[in-house]
Design a protein around this ligand. Structure first.
Ligand code: NAP
Length: 303
């Protein structure tokens, strides 16, 4: 039976370190500040924003939640982003995805001050990830995956990592992060997607499989080799009449069968999910730290 990688426990560890850093910053007169903009009333987005806000309060961060109606125009939204860009009490800004359809999300992301782009989606931060410039912001879920592996003492260097999915939020950045030429990277990375041939053949050659495709329980026992490490990023709703809410959450991995073959595995929920919020908090603290230092780069430790 695989060892369970407990994302909540690792996230708690991250918070212990962050509390210390936040206290240090406050002693210098800086309270890290995060602004979260939510446009519209998508229930899942509202829930994510609430948990981000709650965590800011628990850590003693300055937190601003701006809820705008679904009818908000592109121009109005750009104006609100610009206010936060200029606000020196705010070090991190995120616009909860997805915005309503009439909003050009890419243009909104480009309007963020890249030094405050704690989601790591601005082209300047994407370039910094490719260039291995540690002053940039890496998207939170990939950072969380890397941290889970490191905290679980799983050797990344030299390992063959197969990433399922090539989105800009998970697949591409996690591949770039784990192949970086530093002590927290150095993996040999293969990325597969919906057009890949003989996917099972490729995933069976992996030491570490990272699944981020959004297909409920897609990855089965015969997709992995005995003893592989398996990280499940997927969050999928499947109908479950036995539950009051009528559904339950499952990952992209068929947990019951894969956990009998893997050496370590993340559960859903309670694996990658809690790490995403922890890394958002870590990125906000990093933004505040860099603000104090006037934007000077950090060492590439992956923190
Ligand atoms: P996305 O933008 O929809 O991308 C999905 C990727 O999976 C695409 O690259 C797609 O290939 C690939 N794919 C789809 N079906 C496939 C198949 N049958 N075989 C191989 N590849 C396939 O999704 P995302 O935003 O990256 O999210 C992926 C999953 O992670 C979702 O369940 C999402 O809810 C979850 N997620 C979780 C967190 C967290 O905090 N835990 C954060 C973000 C996302 P093509 O490029 O060829 O279309």
């Amino acid at each position: 039976m695989a060892k369970l990688i407990d994302g909540r426990a690792v996230a708690e560890k991250v918070y212990v370190d962050l509390r210390r850093e936040i206290a240090d910053l406050k002693a210098k007169g800086i309270t890290p500040g995060l602004a979260v903009i939510l446009v519209g009333d998508n229930p899942a987005s509202s829930a994510y924003v609430r948990s981000k806000n709650r965590m800011c309060h628990e850590l003693g961060l300055h937190s601003v939640k701006l809820e705008l109606p679904a009818s908000t125009t592109q121009t109005e939204l750009l104006a609100r982003v610009n206010e936060f860009n200029r606000d020196s009490s705010i070090h991190g800004i995120l616009v909860q995805s997805p915005p309503p359809e009439h909003i050009d999300e890419a243009a909104i992301v480009r309007s963020l001050d890249p030094r405050k782009d704690v989601d790591g989606f601005h082209p300047e931060n994407v370039a910094k990830l490719v260039l291995e410039d540690a002053s940039g912001f890496v998207p939170c879920t990939p950072l969380g995956v890397q941290r889970l592996l490191l905290e679980s003492d799983i050797e990344i260097s030299g390992a063959h990592v197969v990433v399922l999915g090539r989105s800009m939020i998970v697949g591409k950045p996690v591949a770039l992060l784990l192949m970086q030429k530093n002590k927290n990277g150095n993996a040999t990375v293969t990325v597969v997607h919906s057009r890949s041939h003989d996917l099972a053949h490729i995933t069976r050659s992996a030491d570490i499989v990272i699944a981020a495709i959004g297909r409920a329980e897609f990855l089965r026992a015969d997709h992995i080799r005995e003893g592989a490490v398996v990280i499940d990023v997927g969050i999928n709703r499947v109908e479950d009449p036995a539950r009051q809410r009528g559904y339950r959450l499952v990952g992209d991995i068929a947990f019951d069968e894969v956990s009998k073959k893997a050496s370590a595995i993340t559960p859903v929920p309670g694996g990658v999910g809690p790490m995403t919020i922890a890394m958002l908090m870590a990125n906000t603290v990093k933004a505040a730290r860099q603000f104090v230092r006037g934007g000077s780069p950090e060492s590439p430790t992956g923190d």
